[in-house]
Design a protein around this ligand. Sequence first.
Ligand code: TMP
Ligand code: ZN
Length: 409
Amino acid sequence: MSTIHKRKTCRACLSKKLLPILSLGKQPLANAFLTKAQLKKREATFPLAIEFCPKCTMMQLSHVVDPAILFANYHYLTSASAPLIAHFHAFAEKISASYISTKEDLVVEIGSNDGTLLSALKDSCRVLGVDPAKNVAKRAQAMGVPTVTAFFSEKVARQIVKKEGNAQVIVANNVIAHIDDLDDVFMGVRELLSGSGVFLFEAHWLGNLIGKGGFDQIYHEHLSYFSLHAVQALAARSDMIVTDVEIVPIHGESIRFAIQKSGVPSKRVLALRKKEISLGMKRTATYRVFAQKVARVRTELRTLIDKLLKQKKMIVGYGAPAKGNTLLNYVGLTAQHLAYISDTTPLKWNHYAPGSRIIIREPAMLSIEQPDYALLLSWNYAKEILAKEKELRTKGVKFIIPVPEVRIV
Ligand code: TMP
Ligand code: ZN
C-alpha cells in the first residue's frame, strides 16, 4: 500500500455511495509530535475529510493513511490520563463480574496499548494483549501483560487459537476505528471467540460527534465514526449480532457494543436504534448542520484568541491530545498564539505539536509561567481538570473550552 489511499466503499456495508460532509483541510498526522531537530523539515500533510454512507449511517474518513506509518511507534499511553485509568479499571471489574467464570478463561485485548486494562484482569484469568506498537507493548510486558506485537487480523486470530485456545472475551477500546479492513478483524473475532464468548468494543459514538462532542475527534487515526445502525450492518457481514449496547461517558460519549455469534438484541439495543433515528442520524441533512456548526467554532475561537492577544494576554494549551492538533490546525493556531501546551505525558515533553509547532511542556510550567488563559484541548476531561486546577483558577487562570461551543470558565 502507498502512504495514503482514497476509500471508495463504505467500510461497514460496502456501499459505493458516500457523501462528502466536512473537510478540515490537509493536516499532518495528529500524533506525529516533532523533536526540535525535526522542525527543520517540512511535515507531510494528508487530506482530512469525512464522508457519510446514507445506506447504513457509517461516517468515515475519505482517505486512509498506511497504518505502518501511524502505529509502528506510538506516543499515546492510556496510563497518562488518570480518568482513563479509572474508566478501564471499572470496565475490568465489570468484565470480571459478568463474563469470567474460571481462572482458565482467556481475555484477549485488541489494541492493548500499555496494558492498563489487562493488568487489572490478570489475577482473575488468562490475558493476552495484541498491539502493533513495539514501544508501548514493551511497557505492557514489563507490567506482566503478555503482548503479541501485531495488527489483529484473521490470521493472527488463528495463531492465537492454536496456541491459547478460544477466548471468552475479546475487548477492543478505541481501536476498531483505526482499522481499514473491518471484515478481516470481524472474521478474526469470530474465529477466536468461544461459542458463548463476547466481543466488547468501545468507540467514540457518531451521535456525540454531531451532538455534544467536537469535530476535533476527527483525525487520520480515526477512520470510522460508529453508530449502532452501522455496526449492526457490519456485524451481520461476519454472521454476528449486536446483543447489547451502552453509551458510556468517556471521550464525550462512547458507545460500547457487545457482539456475539448468536443471541437476541437487548432492550437497550432497540432503544438506542430508536434514539439514533430520533436524533436524525439516518438523514444527511443532520450532518450538513453539523458541518456548519464546525465552521462557526473556527470563526469564534479565532476571533476570541486574536482579541485576547491584542489585550496582551498570555494563552497556553492545556493537554496535548491528538484531537487538540486537529483543532489547532483547523483553526490556524500556532506558536504565535499559544506560548506552550502543558501535558502530563513525559514522552511528549519538549516535543512540538504537529502543524502548529507549539512546544509541549510539563504541567509544572503552569505555575512557573502562569498564563492568563488556558485553551482546554483535553475538553473531554473538563470536569476532572477544572476540579484538579482549582488553585490555578483561584490565582486567576481562565479556561477556554473550545467545543461544542466556545466558552470561558
Ligand atoms: P486522551 O483524551 O486521548 O486521553 O488524551 C489526553 C491527553 O491529555 C494526554 O496526552 C494526557 C493529557 N492530560 C493532561 O495533560 N492533563 C490531564 O489532567 C489529563 C486528564 C490529561
Ligand atoms: Zn454503509
